[in-house]
Write a protein of this length. Structure first.
Length: 211
């Protein structure tokens, strides 16, 4: 799934561009040492800690004796829940994302489950490496979201009421001054690709990894 390794031969670009670098054998050949982690998930807790780290990422990397990191797109998307659960089975993805019921246009009382990613997700090392080339990016906009929690006992998910794209400061101010009832709430988040799963009110929905 991922590999971290220390190299005594070759360069970081050699490892990233090599067609065999995606497998442990290729990395062992190029780096001339056994990888710290591999697709069989040896030392997975330490690797998960690095990929979810923000300010302490360098310390985690140094402690593992690693110099080069290899990631793929799935680690910041479909496989991200696995990394989060390996690191903390209790919290899971809750610190990073939430699933909300979103009305399906033209279909009464029918909802899809969409994943809304929180600020913490965009600060993780795996997202910064994969999407932002390892740099810290200052957002130019944020998604302000209002939701109703009354649907949680029946479906397991809050229902999206409203969402607007605002400046980060504007979204934070709107969330801080939200006047809605106690059964509702507001926050500033980011939204990614909608989930393929869907459910309707009046029936139980399947557990969703981004809840």
């Amino acid at each position: 799934m991922w590999t971290t390794t220390q190299s005594t031969a070759g360069t970081a670009s050699d490892i990233r561009q090599s067609p065999t670098a995606s497998c442990p054998g290729g990395i062992t050949f190029i780096a001339q040492r056994i990888p710290n982690t591999n697709p069989f998930q040896d030392h997975v807790d330490g690797a998960a800690g690095f990929f979810l780290a923000t300010s302490e990422a360098n310390a985690a990397l140094t402690g593992a004796g690693s110099r080069y990191i290899i990631t793929d797109g799935s680690m910041a998307a479909g496989s991200f829940p696995n990394i989060a659960y390996w690191r903390n089975t209790t919290a899971g993805v809750d610190p990073y994302a939430a699933g909300l019921l979103v009305s399906v246009p033209g279909r009464e009382n029918t909802y899809s489950i969409e994943s809304f990613y929180k600020e913490a997700y965009y600060r993780t090392m795996v997202l910064r490496l994969q999407a932002f080339d390892g740099t810290m990016v200052v957002p130019s906009e944020a998604l302000y979201v209002e939701y109703d929690t009354a649907s949680i006992p029946e479906t397991g998910y809050a229902r999206l009421v409203d969402n607007r794209t605002l400046s980060p400061a504007g979204a934070r101010a709107a969330a801080d001054t939200y006047p809605g009832p106690r059964s509702s709430g507001a926050t500033s988040v980011r939204r990614r690709r909608p989930s393929r799963r869907s459910g309707t009110t009046g029936s139980s929905t399947s557990p969703h990894p981004m809840r």
